[in-house]
Design a protein around this ligand. Structure first.
Ligand SMILES: Cc1cc2nc3c(=O)[nH]c(=O)nc-3n(C[C@H](O)[C@H](O)[C@H](O)COP(=O)(O)O)c2cc1C
Length: 255
C-alpha cells in the first residue's frame, strides 16, 4: 500500500470537509518562523501552465502595511487582524523579462497570456490555502482587490504585467473555528458526458436549502428584497459594478 492509500488521502479530505473561511484572528499569535516559506514552497509544486509559474505573491505582515491594505479592502478587519496578508498576482512580467534577456519576445501580453496567468495564480493560491488549513491555520480570501486595482498596484509597487487578483488572510483563528457553510448538492454541479440543463424543479430543489438558511432570510429582510437571488444580483454583485471591474482590469493588464 503506498502513501496515497493510507491515512494521508483521508486526512486531506477531512481537512477540506471541515474547512470554513476564518474572519476573526488571534492577534497575539504570530506565525511560526518559516511556515509561510514552507507552505508556499509546497504550493509551488501545483500544476502550472507550461511550468512557467505565471504568478507572484506579496506578503504583508507589518502592522502599517496591513493597515494600509485594510483601507484598500474597504476596511475588512481581518486584513489587519491576521498574522499575514498574502496578495496573489497573475504575473507575465517576470516571464517577459526572461524572454527579453534571452533573445526572445514574450507572446503573453494579451488576453491569452492574461488567462494563463490568472489560472496559474488561482491554482497556486488555492494550493497554499489547502496546505495552510492542513497546517492548522485559518485563511480567508479577500476579493476586494479589483475594486481598487490601481491603488493596490501602487501600494505593492507592481510593474506592468502583474495583476493583483485577491489577498488571502492567514493566521490562527480567535476562538472556535466557524462551522462549514452550506453547499449545493453534488448533482447540481456534476454532469456526465454532456451538460444537463437544469429543469425548473431542479433549481427549486437545489437552492431551497440555501434560501431557507436563517442568514439568507436575514439578508433578504435587511436589503428589502423579495428573494435571495435578488440580494446577490442587485446588491452583492450588481452588473454595473462587474462591468466597471472588467473595464478597469483589461487596460490595467495591458498598459
Ligand atoms: C475569490 C474570493 C473572494 C472572496 N472575497 C471575500 C471577501 O472579500 N470578504 C470575505 O469576508 N470573504 C470573502 N471570500 C470568502 C467567501 O465569502 C467564502 O469562501 C464563501 O462564502 C463560502 O464560505 P466558506 O469559505 O466558509 O466555505 C472570498 C472567497 C473567494 C474564493
Amino acid at each position: 500500500m503506498n502513501r496515497r492509500e493510507t491515512g494521508m488521502e483521508k486526512n486531506i479530505i477531512d481537512v477540506l470537509a471541515r474547512r470554513a473561511s476564518v474572519r476573526a484572528y488571534d492577534k497575539e499569535r504570530p506565525l511560526p518562523q518559516g511556515v509561510l516559506e514552507k507552505l508556499l514552497t509546497a504550493a509551488m509544486q501545483a500544476p502550472t501552465t507550461g511550468n512557467m509559474q505565471l504568478y507572484s505573491v506579496i506578503i504583508t505582515d507589518s502592522t502599517d502595511g496591513k493597515e494600509r491594505l485594510k483601507q484598500l479592502h474597504f476596511g475588512q478587519p481581518m486584513a489587519a487582524d491576521c498574522a499575514a496578508l498574502l496578495t496573489f498576482c497573475a504575473d507575465v512580467h517576470r516571464f517577459g523579462r526572461w524572454c527579453a534577456a534571452r533573445k526572445a519576445q514574450s507572446g503573453l501580453d494579451n488576453g491569452g497570456g492574461m488567462l494563463m496567468a490568472m489560472e496559474d495564480a488561482v491554482i497556486f493560491a488555492q494550493q497554499f490555502v489547502t496546505l495552510a488549513e492542513a497546517e492548522g491555520l485559518g485563511t480567508c480570501y479577500l476579493g476586494t482587490v479589483p475594486y481598487n486595482i490601481e491603488a493596490f498596484a501602487k501600494e505593492l509597487n507592481l510593474p506592468s504585467g502583474v495583476m493583483p487578483l485577491f489577498s488571502v488572510a492567514v493566521g490562527y483563528p480567535a476562538g472556535e473555528r466557524p462551522a462549514p457553510s452550506d453547499r449545493l448538492p453534488l448533482e447540481a454541479v456534476m454532469h456526465h458526458e454532456k451538460y444537463r440543463r437544469p429543469a425548473a424543479d431542479d433549481i427549486d430543489a437545489w437552492y431551497s436549502a440555501k434560501e431557507a438558511l436563517p442568514e439568507s432570510v436575514r439578508f433578504i429582510a435587511e436589503n428589502g428584497k423579495e428573494t435571495l437571488a435578488q440580494v446577490y444580483a442587485d446588491v452583492r454583485y450588481p452588473r454595473a459594478q462587474n462591468e466597471k471591474i472588467a473595464a478597469d482590469l483589461v487596460p490595467f493588464f495591458f498598459c
